[in-house]
Write a new protein. Structure first.
Length: 324
């Protein structure tokens, strides 16, 4: 199992901003390419008043701040340079849909989608969309939000694929603003199945790809959820990837690069569940050699060693003692 895609988080509302310019981003795309990444996904084009491109829609409607650099344009250019596909992440108001005002979130994002496609749709690397509102269960009118936004994305772009990356309401689903790393009880497999049967039934033929986040579930329980996610996605005609997080949820410091052994274990579990594509949140902060975290570069080195072992097929056994 290889990591083929990564989110790009430049809003960075709960992780430190790295203050990169074009030169740093250009180097990072090169590091991604060397690691076999061929897809980059803007995790959100804006969050509340911060945005990644100068959206006239958002500045007029939401009073968002005009950014000094058009990051969407830059990412599309770099993706083209390095032969990658770029997925555009929608705007997250941080208020309308969380307050139950789903129609306002949808109407605003439809205008953003139209604006973005007019502005960037001609660029060769623009290959898909990401609906950025993250959920774990069937809440409010989330099915209609996902389906209507996904259909609008596909309608304006002549059918480009749409991705979502929900999370699982496991025992590690705790606020990043508290020291606790777990809660008393997580969702059961049965309840997860019930919720996602209804969601998948409502978004089939609109959303194309689902990549569940893998970090909220205890390692002992993860295999069962991965298998269930794959089975349900197959049943409802969605492509199932895994979002194998490269940051660690097991310590009170929110958040640090993950231990390589843990990442390897999660990738192996996903592969055994029949999942063939992995993306991650996210390369630049938690896996890049030029990350603000020194450990991220070491994780990158371990991952490159792992890729070499896959290539060599050295009897399926690595020098570090981990099976491939």
């Amino acid at each position: 199992m290889r990591i083929k895609g990564t989110f790009l988080d430049e809003i960075s509302h709960d992780i430190p901003h790295q203050n990169w310019g074009r030169d740093e981003w250009d180097r990072d795309f090169g590091y991604m390419k060397k690691a076999g990444i061929d897809t980059v996904i803007l995790i959100r084009s804006g969050y509340r008043k911060w945005q990644t491109f100068p959206s006239e829609v958002l500045m007029k409607s939401e009073g968002t701040y005009r950014p000094p650099v058009d990051l969407v344009q830059m990412y599309l250019e770099l993706a083209e340079k390095y032969g990658m596909s770029f997925y555009f992440g929608l705007y997250d108001s941080g208020k309308y849909w969380t307050e139950g005002k789903f129609s306002q979130e949808v109407d605003l994002n439809k205008r953003v989608i139209d604006e973005v496609w007019t502005k960037y749709g001609h660029m060769p690397a623009f290959k898909g969309w990401y609906v950025s509102q993250e959920i774990s269960r069937k809440t409010g009118q989330i099915i209609d939000l996902y389906a209507s936004l996904a259909r609008h994305c596909k309608d304006v772009s002549e059918g480009l694929p749409v991705l979502i990356s929900p999370y699982i309401d496991g025992i590690k689903n705790v606020s990043q603003y508290v020291n606790d790393t777990t809660k008393a009880k997580g969702i059961s497999l049965q309840q997860h199945e019930n919720d996602w049967r209804e969601i998948f039934d409502g978004i089939k033929n609109a959303v194309d790809i689902v990549a569940f986040q893998d970090g909220h579930v205890d390692y002992d329980d993860l295999t069962g959820f991965l298998q269930l996610n794959k089975s349900l996605a197959d049943e409802y005609g969605l492509e199932c990837w895994t979002n194998s997080e490269t940051f660690d949820r097991d310590m009170p410091i929110k958040f640090m690069p993950i231990k390589w052994e843990k990442l390897l274990l999660k990738l192996q579990m996903a592969e055994r569940a029949g999942i063939h594509n992995a993306i991650t949140f996210e390369f630049s902060h938690f896996m890049s050699p030029q990350s603000a975290y020194l450990q991220a570069g070491h994780l990158y080195n371990r991952y490159l060693e792992y890729l070499e072992l896959i290539k060599s097929k050295n009897n399926g056994f690595s020098k570090t003692g981990f099976t491939v």
